[in-house]
Design a protein. Structure first.
Length: 324
């Protein structure tokens, strides 16, 4: 990311305005990879794309407003960064929804909430509708706290109250007022954001309240699903038995989530299939072989749900990514 002066008015880094329709998706994909250290991007198979990004710095904290049609980004593997480029990343929607997945956890956030993840490790972020998001990058060093296990806190969303709400309002107002701040004030605002995010993480890692115990249980269920994703017999009965609970308790634990466990399993399987369809090393495997390897047992059903998820057929998806 090119350096910017702290307190400078956010500037447009990329706008697809003025580009021909056929140029918009390649331009966006190339830009996302360059700006965010090689991440991959796709636009659900849409024929054209509209996007605009503006960014500025508040001290060491980078604030970006991203306005774009539906799209997804992903990273596979880890990236070794220089200390000055080692960030944790927050997505805070003004409009739309973001689905963040990292370390087997999934956070779905809309306006009023935010999710945090480590941009140097594998992750997926889906924006399934038009997005107007505030993206905040906070240096890991600013959040370092003795005994604070950051990995356990990544891929999580926050509620819309308490210190998380204070942090969100501070991030938003800092971005909106950045153009009116001098370098000193901007650096102070960035330090305030980092401190509020640190306090949120401390609260999230606090004592095992009933809420955090419930989250730990959900994490264990998601991890079990991840380990058994290839098993076509994976079911709620199997998960409940392995978790030592009833199906009723399982449903209750995930009652507040925006998708059912069955839908979550299907989404994880589809994402695994998409990854394999992109992989040149698996070009010799048929689409059916890949689908069945990830627990699907009906080719027609797989094709239908894949098209709903990816915006194109599995064969078109594989063909498109072979040409990139």
């Amino acid at each position: 990311m090119p350096p910017r002066q702290a307190g400078a008015a956010p500037g447009v880094i990329l706008s697809t305005e003025g580009l021909r329709a056929a140029e918009t998706a390649p331009a966006w994909t190339e830009w996302m990879g360059r700006l965010f250290h090689g991440i991959e991007s796709d636009i659900y198979g849409d024929a054209s794309f509209e996007g605009r990004v503006a960014t500025g710095c508040a001290g060491d904290v980078v604030l970006t407003r991203l306005q774009a049609n539906r799209h997804r980004v992903r990273r596979r593997g880890s990236v070794i960064c220089r200390p000055e480029a080692d960030y944790l990343k927050i997505v805070a929607p003004w409009q739309g929804e973001a689905v963040v997945e990292q370390y087997g956890r999934q956070a779905r956030v809309r306006s009023g909430g935010w999710a945090i993840y480590d941009m140097t490790h594998s992750y997926d972020v889906s924006n399934p509708q038009y997005s107007d998001h505030l993206i905040v990058m906070v240096p890991r060093a600013a959040l370092a706290e003795r005994g604070l296990a950051l990995e356990h806190l990544m891929g999580r969303g926050t509620g819309g109250s308490g210190i998380a709400r204070v942090a969100l309002e501070t991030m938003r107002s800092t971005y909106q007022e950045l153009q009116h701040m001098g370098p000193g004030a901007a650096s102070g605002a960035g330090a305030a954001i980092a401190e509020l995010v640190r306090l949120c993480l401390l609260e999230m890692s606090g004592e095992q309240t009933s809420v955090s115990r419930q989250e730990a249980f959900r994490d264990s269920v998601r991890e079990y699903i991840g380990r058994h994703l290839r098993d076509p017999g994976l079911s709620l009965d199997q998960i409940a038995q392995a978790s030592g609970c009833s199906k009723r308790h399982l449903h209750h634990a995930f009652a507040g989530e925006s998708q059912s466990l069955a839908h979550y399993i299907q989404q994880r399987r589809l994402q695994a299939c998409m990854r394999d369809l992109r992989d040149p090393a698996l070009a010799g495997q048929t689409i059916t072989d890949i689908a069945f390897a990830w627990g699907f047992s009906n080719g027609a059903h797989f094709s239908r749900v894949f098209r709903d998820h990816a915006g194109m057929s599995p064969s078109d998806f594989r063909r498109q990514h072979r040409s990139l």
